[in-house]
Design a protein around this ligand. Structure first.
Ligand code: SAH
Length: 215
């Protein structure tokens, strides 16, 4: 895999575009300007990799739009060493962005093929601190809980109680919730053992959050 001067230039433009759309967090923008997004797409899509769009990655799934990745990541306020659960590894792009920000990433994917592919890719990129699991994200990863941050990258119908319960006190869960392929971004902060604060944010379109795993 090659990262050319052209690719670097394309990323610079992409960063300008998403910052003009409202992303302010410098560390997030830097991670996007550092990570070659074309590594996460099929060769046929290489020329499109730096458009601010979602693209197919197989199994009817998509790599999220860079703006959406930046938006969710900004909401998480990642600090170095944060333990982060990502639901929906997909291409592995979001997991890599989180790791570049210094997070210890645990990422789960329900499609075995996507899980195997992104696990291999992420290992080859040697970013470190990313663990991949072929699991149902509805259940989270109870054996590694609590998490400082949890991000769901598929559109949910409701907020799984199991994910809320796997947040540490002060932890943040970012999850798109809605019906008919249209979701509202929700940010939940765990204030105490029993108290959660919920903020409703902007509308997005994600592929569906589906229960159970698939071969
Ligand atoms: N974060 C990804 C976005 C992939 S799209 C990226 O950066 O490329 C969302 C992913 O969520 C899809 O790969 C889909 O298979 C996965 N997904 C949907 N429901 C899931 C579930 N219950 N558990 C784990 N992964 C799930």
């Amino acid at each position: 895999m090659k990262d050319t001067y052209r690719n670097i230039g394309q990323r610079k433009k992409l960063v300008e575009e998403i910052s003009s759309k409202g992303i302010k967090d410098k560390a997030v923008l830097k991670a996007i300007s550092t990570l070659p997004r074309h590594f996460f797409l099929e060769k046929a899509f290489e020329d499109w990799a730096y458009q601010d769009k979602a693209f197919p990655i197989g199994k009817e799934q998509t790599i999220s739009q860079p703006f959406t990745v930046a938006y969710q990541t900004e909401l998480l306020k990642i600090k170095r060493r944060d333990k982060v659960l990502e639901v929906g590894t997909g291409s592995g792009y979001q997991a890599a962005i989180l790791a570049l920000l210094g997070a210890r990433v645990y990422s789960v994917e329900r499609h075995e093929e996507l899980y195997l592919k992104s696990k291999k890719l992420l290992a080859s990129l040697q970013i470190g601190n990313i663990r991949c699991y072929h699991r149902d994200g509805y259940k989270g990863l109870p054996e590694f809980a609590p998490f400082d941050k949890i991000v769901v990258t598929a559109g949910a119908i409701n907020i799984p109680e199991s994910l809320k319960q796997q947040l540490s006190i002060g932890g943040i869960l970012v999850i798109p919730v809605g019906k008919d392929g249209l979701q509202k971004m929700i940010k939940i902060t765990r204030l105490t053992e029993l108290k959660f604060e919920t903020k409703e944010l902007e509308m997005f379109r994600f592929v569906p959050f589906v229960k159970g795993i698939s071969k």
